[in-house]
Design a protein around this ligand. Structure first.
Ligand SMILES: [Zn+2]
Length: 417
């Protein structure tokens, strides 16, 4: 375990190569999920945030790694918070059940969060174990009748689990690999617990989607990696595990779901090969120039948005935001949007966040029902990739006479009446 709060990553997390190049620098930001009270918020420590590209395997990762205990022991993100997320996991679980499972299968979910995903596997048919370091979520999982271990998943914990529950038929790990300090150790742990005919399925955010959709705000300290199939496929081989299928899904703005087994199953060889070619030749994911273009797009937007907000400030407009997600911290910080305390509040549906302050700012998070009581002129939609749905919902509840305007900050600032 790392001793310092934050360390520079000197080599590639997947292939170990030291030849890594900085392709994006986002300055210093506080930890994106460190919601706290007013006094603590402005004093939060800031950590360097940058992206490095590996010249060996083409992996993209953060420049620095922050100690996991700083980020995940009291976690306010709940899988169940958004309905869209809930549906994603429901469909995902149904697919696994239909394609791979048998009655009595043992399933282990790594980073099981509030147990939403495991709960889609009927308790009468499956033996369900979850592991997650977030102690505050354990009660929610246990209430669902799931065995929950409150710890980080490592090779060491895998031995403890094996001793108690033996090996598993299905192991899943959704949106956790990018949080893991030592991926080699993590994969050794998975291999240790996987039955010979078992399958391991994991989902990670997909770099191709980040670049295509400009979702630069998904870059924060919790996400150490920005995965693509090519580097991942090389990495998996190291453990003598076999990649037999993959999917690109819509989760978290674009994700890569990878199917792995110990013994070769029917492999989608052609599909995998095509994707590897696309990543290299069409998306150009391993080309430095791709990141230069990405940076320029984001910086252009930053300049435009600062200009718009300066103008609103002069007019003394009442401005608030919607969506206090982790990515809002990246966007606010990198775009330097709150220089003059322009934004009064941020509204968010997650009750655990309400009453707290957005990391590093003096912006209080409020229940969205207050939105209709405040005399607002502008509402910035920080969950900009869901802006259509959010605006539609708010408009339904707004009285006609209100003259609230919506500002969608990204990928291009847009003002909607
Ligand atoms: Zn590498």
């Amino acid at each position: 375990m790392q001793k310092k709060d934050c360390v520079l990553l000197k080599c590639c997390r997947l292939c170990g190569n030291k030849d890594i190049i900085r392709v994006f620098n986002l300055g210093y930001t506080p930890l994106a999920n460190s919601y706290s009270n007013k006094n603590v918020s402005s004093k939060l420590k800031k950590y360097p945030l940058g992206l490095n590209l590996c010249n060996g395997c083409g992996h993209l990762q953060l420049s620095h790694s922050v100690k996991p205990e700083k980020m995940f022991s009291n976690y306010l993100y709940k899988t169940n918070t958004s309905y869209k997320n809930f549906l994603h996991f429901k469909n995902y679980a149904n697919k696994i059940k239909k394609k791979f499972s048998r009655k009595g299968d043992k399933i282990l979910d790594i980073a099981s969060n509030d147990g939403t995903f495991l709960n889609f596997f009927n308790k009468k048919k499956f033996f369900r174990v979850g592991i997650d370091p977030a102690k505050n979520l354990k009660k929610l999982t246990t209430n669902k009748g799931i065995i929950q271990i409150d710890d980080f998943f490592t090779e060491k914990t895998s031995f403890k689990i094996k001793k108690k529950y033996q090996k598993f038929d299905i192991i899943t790990a959704n949106h956790v690999c990018a949080h893991v300090e030592n991926l080699n150790d993590f994969f050794r742990g998975v291999k240790n617990l996987l039955k010979d005919d078992g399958i391991f399925i994991f989902e990670v955010s997909y770099r191709g989607s980040v670049l295509k959709k400009n979702t630069f705000d998904t870059i924060y300290h919790e996400h150490l990696d920005y995965h693509a199939l090519s580097p991942i496929s090389k990495f998996i081989k190291k453990f003598n595990l076999k990649l037999f299928d993959f999917e690109i899904t819509e989760a978290q703005g674009g994700s890569l779901r990878v199917y792995v087994s110990k013994n070769l199953r029917i492999r989608n060889k052609k599909k995998i090969k095509n994707q590897l070619i696309k990543e290299k030749k069409i998306y150009k994911l391993f080309n430095i120039n791709t990141y230069k273009i990405f940076r320029e797009k984001i910086n252009n937007c930053k300049v435009q948005l600062q200009r718009i907000l300066k103008d609103f400030d002069k007019k003394n407009y009442n401005i608030a935001g919607y969506g206090a997600a982790a990515k809002t911290t990246t966007l606010l910080n990198y775009f330097n949007l709150n220089k003059n305390k322009t934004i009064k509040f941020i509204f968010d549906d997650n009750k655990l966040k309400q009453g707290l302050y957005l990391p590093g700012t003096q912006i209080k998070i409020l229940d969205p029902r207050y939105l209709f009581q405040e005399n607002l002129d502008i509402l910035i939609i920080f969950a900009w990739n869901y802006s259509d749905i959010i605006i539609k919902n708010i408009k339904k509840k707004l009285k006609k006479k209100k003259s609230l305007k919506f500002l969608v900050p990204f990928p291009k600032p847009k003002i909607l009446k």
